[in-house]
Design a protein around this ligand. Structure first.
Ligand code: ZN
Ligand code: ZN
Length: 72
C-alpha cells in the first residue's frame, strides 16, 4: 500500500498515488493535442476521445508517459 504524505489517502498502485499527489501539487494532465488540462486522466481520456477522436488505451498501459510528460 502507498500512503499519501499530504492526506490520509492510501493507494494499492504506486502510480495511482503519484497521480493523486499531482492533484495536491496543482499539476494537471494536459492534452497532447490542444494542451487543455485536466486533474484526472479519465477526464483527459474522455476529452481526447470526444474532441480529437484519439483512444488513450495505450496511455493507460503506460501511465508514466502521462505522469512525466511535459506540463505547460
Ligand atoms: Zn493526498
Ligand atoms: Zn485536446
Amino acid at each position: 500500500m502507498y500512503k499519501c504524505d499530504m492526506c490520509p489517502a492510501v493507494f494499492k498502485m504506486k502510480w495511482n498515488l503519484a497521480r493523486h499527489v499531482n492533484t495536491h501539487n496543482g499539476l494537471r494532465y494536459s492534452c497532447t493535442v490542444c494542451e487543455k488540462k485536466y486533474t484526472d486522466n479519465s477526464n483527459l481520456n474522455k476529452h481526447m476521445k470526444n474532441v480529437h477522436d484519439i483512444n488513450l488505451n495505450l496511455y493507460f498501459t503506460h501511465p508514466r508517459h502521462i505522469l512525466f510528460s511535459p506540463l505547460h
